[in-house]
Design a protein around this ligand. Sequence first.
Ligand code: AMP
Length: 288
Amino acid sequence: MKVCYTKRELMEETARLRREKGPTVGLVPTMGALHQGHLSLIQQAHYENHVCVVSIFVNPIQFNNQTDFQTYPRTLEADLKLLEPIGVDLVFAPSANEMYPAGHPIESYDFGPLEQVMEGKNRPGHFNGVGVIVGRLLKMVEPDRAYFGEKDYQQIAIVRNLVFQLNLPVKIISCRIIREPDGLALSSRNRLLTPEQRAIAPNIYRILKASAEMCAKARCSDEVAPVKRFVEKAVAEIPGLELEYFEIVDGQSLQPIRTWFDAPDQVGCIVVWAGNVRLIDNIRYGKF
Ligand code: AMP
């Protein structure tokens, strides 16, 4: 496994690996502090491509909250140890200067209505930061496939839109959410939870699952509002958890829906704070 720190090394090594191992390349962009959720993406990339590339970069321009950026876990050495035995060919771990050289302008993307809801609305600049880093990585690695987790549901839609805007010949592969046995979605931020916060965090998925049961019993023409209210109330009843948002949206357009009938696939997207830790999750209802 080769570790590269510069764009030049990355591009040279990717070209060499393509010649030596075969033509198809899979890319898994991450911010490190790797866990089984990341590893599931990486295993799929390894399985489906001749060459498997993983990037590890805590992207400063996608954080709209400085404390979140500063406290974000950084565990490069441990990450490399996890990656070595699972067939990763190349790890790209650039510095912020390498990705954002002084004087080099930052691209500005317009994702339209996709970025005017949920994460886009609540974290100004977040998706532009995601677009910039993912766009730059895709242009450098030129992968055939790039892998993203459904945990960040809206991010996948943004990345697909980015690829369309940039006209890049890459297939975006979405991968299912990996959870702890108690239902908590794996996240690098979980390691920031205190034992007390970790104990209550599984309530998020428990409430989402209960909302899916309500959805299953609802008629298609019913409004989604009662399910929304149920989730808001259920989170409010757990001391230590604070709801940032819960939206029931069209799984394609990401726009909130009024009735179950309004979209062929519906997704419930939630963000909850446990103390200073921001936890994101979602559930697909698939009423039809
Ligand atoms: P991050 O390092 O948090 O930026 O995540 C890198 C990639 O891993 C993103 O595409 C995430 O959606 C994905 N990911 C993170 N957690 C999970 C999880 N629990 N299950 C599946 N994919 C995940």
